[in-house]
Design a protein around this ligand. Sequence first.
Ligand SMILES: C[S@@+](CC[C@H](N)C(=O)[O-])C[C@H]1O[C@@H](n2cnc3c(N)ncnc32)[C@H](O)[C@@H]1O
Length: 299
Amino acid sequence: MLWVFLLYHRLKTMSFVVGLCVTIFSLSHGVVDMAGERAEEEEGEKVVRMGSYGGMVQLVEDATEETMLLWGIQQPTFSQHNAFVSQSSHSLHLDSCGHSLSVLQSPSSLSTPGVTGAVMWDSGVILGKFLEHAVDSGMLLLQGKKAVELGSGCGLVGCIAALLGAQVILTDLPDRLKLLKKNIEANLRHGDLRGSAKVNEFIWGDDPDPELVEPLPDYVLGSDVIYSEGAVLDLLATLLRLCGTHTTIILAGELRNDSVVEYFLEAAMKEFRVGRVDQTQWHPDYCSRRVVIYVLVKI
Ligand SMILES: C[S@@+](CC[C@H](N)C(=O)[O-])C[C@H]1O[C@@H](n2cnc3c(N)ncnc32)[C@H](O)[C@@H]1O
């Protein structure tokens, strides 16, 4: 009986020592297992893979810290404003996915209060080129996937997603749809279009048409949609409504107003895990310190 007791204690001690070694190794190598996802500590930041995006993203754990980091280290105000767009011209030309795209703009509409989608914004160009780069580098698969774009404006992001093979529904406010449709028709007539694109009216916070949610999209995309504190809660309600367990949200935001970004992050983190995509993963020719790209997945 005594030898059984001693053997039991020896095995228990051994398993404790092995467990301790594994823990010390994990901590010293910064490897932590979080909800089935591999996470690494990198200079105090937790780096994880999130949703269907194959790259590593920096997990955002505190909205205030994240905002201070963006404004303190990235220093957006010192970077060129509208580096990739010219909002006074009637069209913007961009090569993407082997096509020469020409996006029509309506510069005069910009003076109408509340109208923002009549011209292109840097974050739209950057998000479109990011999608192209991520697909080309095998980090993202859009072929055959359903994508809903929110606040499409002139429609560049949705057009690029369709060229990359996604079945895209581009959405915006009712009075924005005419220009959006024109841009889809002008740029997606190619016989070799891999995906598809259609335009739907959709106001954030409203009940979505069945077409948007049946089935729930694989991706929800949006560029420069976090710019007004008054719209944040409706935008988040919509993201939540469109998001299933398999949905990956990819948003590009312009760093104009730290309190709007902080307010968005704080509210978003109650429902979503939020990760920031490092600029090393963006298209190398389309980076800006005034822009940030986030990936979100439902908690
Ligand atoms: C700053 S623009 C960005 C346009 C485009 N995504 C880009 O990056 O060029 C914001 C877009 O969100 C749309 N938008 C703003 N509030 C909205 C709402 N409550 N519901 C739906 N769309 C909205 C605007 O009409 C506009 O097209």
